[in-house]
Design a protein around this ligand. Structure first.
Ligand code: GLC
Length: 637
């Protein structure tokens, strides 16, 4: 630590214990911070370090006793978020419980499910609709006024903390609403604020950039730049025309976000979901996604947070290819220094692919080819979320599985939009890209898995199969390793909600088909095993409870993907010093017989499947796998 830093800290912190704690953390993380800001902001790095220190000290001093206690607990238990009891619930506050105060009444429901992490989707004040479901933020320091106040947020965070539930908040890093004061000021002529954005006098540079850029919303927001009359300039707008991309090469933007993050960390936010993080750095000639500076910036932000509020985590929302995705959990110089969590988009896509094709071979190959993650980081595993499903299946993985990438992706779009003969799915095509042929899919878990059609047909067998598919998917999400994200409504097999077409604010964006309101009448009846929603709820709850008892499911333990002897079956091994676990997932509606030697070879003498609670008969010669069954087997010998 430089003498200067030491004296600044000494002056700011009177109590010796407080000072020792801060100094220890500063010594630990300042090198990470300096290295990363040096690589992004070059010669400005030292000045930035000098500006950051008093800022960090201010927030450190303000941090409440409660939160400091939490910091300590989590420093002593750095794997707290990897434990096998972790379970996230993801919802829109207003669709789940009206507003922040309303959430208090729903805490028993969440506890019944075993939730330990609550992601309330966009909580900050957005521009008036349309606002991309809240992802166009107008004021980062204000809670959405229809949801409550900052005090409500703090109270909720405290109530959640008492129940050992972490609170996750979205932090949109790539863009702000055009109504945000930074954009307002830029339009009013502030040169300083113009530098917060990427703006261009004419089309020369935008046209050059466009050559290598993709389109996120080719349908309702084509292109990546928008002309602004007042500014008399083109503005970089990757998403919608009213979402202005921020210029992170300006260190002022970095400092603004440091303040925003620490502000909410001190209000009790435990996890920041770094929305659209892949896009924050731009470089000509590239697709302007996943550039190395993105990881430097994350490392810098994380180092700051580790110094001031080490209880807090980052979750990267980068829906990108596997070789790019792994960098969000840290590769090379960033190993273990960036986000603690990242969405496992590939696992999600591959599960859908296997359910459609009744074949897990591609899933197996894709996971086997997947780069290993740092043991200190964790995946966020999921099957549904509020966004659409894009068929991120690489041509290479497809080829290894004997498939043609493009044809398979076309098949999946056809299958899940119900345009494939024999498909059980009912989904909608989202953002058809005429140029690339991509068709992403919207739809709820249960409608995509056949429940909607089965209910219409009054076919009990098909209803059963659809619930089994959804439970199979969730079993893998729970068994793979990571924080499983339970998307609101999935636990009750809520179907597509077509009413979005009646709401002019949503009608254009069919992702709203899988963003229903919570059906509390149905939830009342959740324990009725005679209904499909009861079967889903009870089946899921059972999986969650079983998972909590199994140390093999800790996220630091790897998931080894074995070469399966049956294409419809995925076989995973979760090694653990207390005895390995083998998992089987049957992706077809047929009975399968898996060769028993997989257990013999591993020395299993008394194999127990924890999900069904039954012992497997080694003398049978095979492991019987019912349609869509899932087994988590350890040796009880
Ligand atoms: C993230 C959100 C998505 C939103 C986009 C732009 O991907 O999940 O809903 O449209 O960011 O903010």
């Amino acid at each position: 630590m430089s003498f200067q830093a030491e004296s600044v800290i000494k002056k700011a912190l009177r109590s010796k214990a407080e000072r020792q704690m801060f100094e220890a953390r500063y010594q630990r993380y300042a090198p990470d911070l300096l290295a990363s800001i040096e690589s992004v902001y070059g010669h400005q790095a030292l000045r930035l370090m000098q500006e950051l220190l008093p800022l960090m000290l201010d927030f450190y001093k303000e941090r409440s006793e409660d939160l400091r206690q939490l910091d300590l607990e989590r420093m002593l238990r750095p794997d707290w978020f990897q434990e096998e009891n972790m379970l996230a619930y993801v919802c829109y506050t207003e669709r789940f419980a009206d507003d922040l105060q309303g959430i208090h009444q729903k805490l028993d429901y969440l506890s019944e499910l075993g939730v330990t992490y609550l992601h309330l989707m966009p909580l900050l004040q957005p521009r008036p609709a349309p606002n991309d479901g809240g992802y166009a933020v107008q004021d980062y320091l204000q809670v959405r006024e229809d949801l409550g106040t900052t005090e409500d947020m703090e109270q909720l965070a405290t109530a959640l903390r008492k129940r050992k539930i972490s609170l996750c908040m979205d932090l949109v890093l790539n863009h702000v609403a055009q109504e945000h004061q930074w954009a307002e000021k830029a339009r009013q002529g502030s040169e300083r604020h113009k530098e917060y954005f990427h703006t261009y006098l004419d089309r020369t540079l935008p046209d050059q950039y466009e050559r290598t850029l993709q389109e996120v919303f080719p349908d309702f927001a084509p292109g990546n730049f928008t002309w602004n009359e007042t500014l008399n300039r083109w503005v970089w707008t990757t998403f919608n025309s009213w979402q202005w991309d921020l210029n992170w090469s300006n260190s002022e933007v970095f400092l603004e976000f440091v303040k925003i993050i620490l502000y909410w960390a001190n209000k009790g936010v435990d996890v920041f979901r770094l929305d659209a993080i892949a896009f924050i750095w731009k470089r000509m000639g590239t697709d302007c996604q996943n550039l190395p500076e993105v990881h430097d910036i994350t490392q810098a932000l994380r180092a700051v947070v580790r110094i001031v509020a080490p209880a807090v985590l980052f979750k990267a929302e980068a829906i990108v290819a596997p070789d790019k995705l792994i960098h969000y959990l840290g590769r090379g110089q960033h190993y273990g220094k960036v986000s603690d969590l990242a969405y496992h988009n590939s696992l999600m896509v591959q599960i859908w692919s296997s359910l459609a094709s009744r074949n897990a071979f591609l899933l197996q190959k894709a996971l086997q080819n997947f780069p290993e993650k740092p043991t200190s980081a964790s995946w966020a595993t999921y099957i549904r979320c509020h966004d659409d499903i894009g068929w991120a299946i690489s041509d290479e993985d497809a080829a290894q599985a004997g498939l043609h990438g493009e044809s398979h992706r076309r098949f999946l779009s056809d299958f899940y939009s119900g345009n494939f003969s024999g498909s059980h799915a009912r989904g909608l095509v989202f953002q058809e890209n005429k140029r690339t042929g991509d068709r992403r899919i919207s739809g709820s878990l249960s409608s995509l898995n056949g429940l909607e059609i089965a209910l219409e047909q009054g076919d009990l067998h098909l209803q059963h199969l659809s619930i089994e598919r959804s439970l199979l998917a969730y079993a893998l999400v729970l068994g793979y390793g990571g924080i499983p994200l339970l998307y609101m409504g999935d636990e009750l097999a809520l179907p597509n909600d077509y009413s979005f077409t009646e709401n002019p604010e949503h009608a254009m964006d069919n992702r709203w088909v899988h963003r229903p309101r919570m059906d509390w009448n149905l939830a009342e009846k959740r324990h009725d095993p005679g209904t499909s929603y009861g079967q889903m709820f009870l089946g899921l709850k059972h999986l969650i409870e079983t998972r909590k008892m199994l140390p093999q499911l800790h996220a630091a333990q790897p998931a080894w993907v074995l070469n399966s002897e049956i294409p419809a079956v995925l076989v995973l091994e979760r090694p653990h010093p207390m005895g390995h676990m083998i998992q089987f997932y049957n992706f077809s509606e047929h009975h399968m017989q898996y060769p028993i030697h997989v257990l013999w070879e591993r020395g299993y003498t008394q194999p127990l499947d924890h999900i069904s609670g039954t012992h497997l008969d080694l003398h049978l010669g095979y492991i019987p796998l019912a349609p869509y069954s899932r087994l988590w087997v350890t040796n009880q010998g």
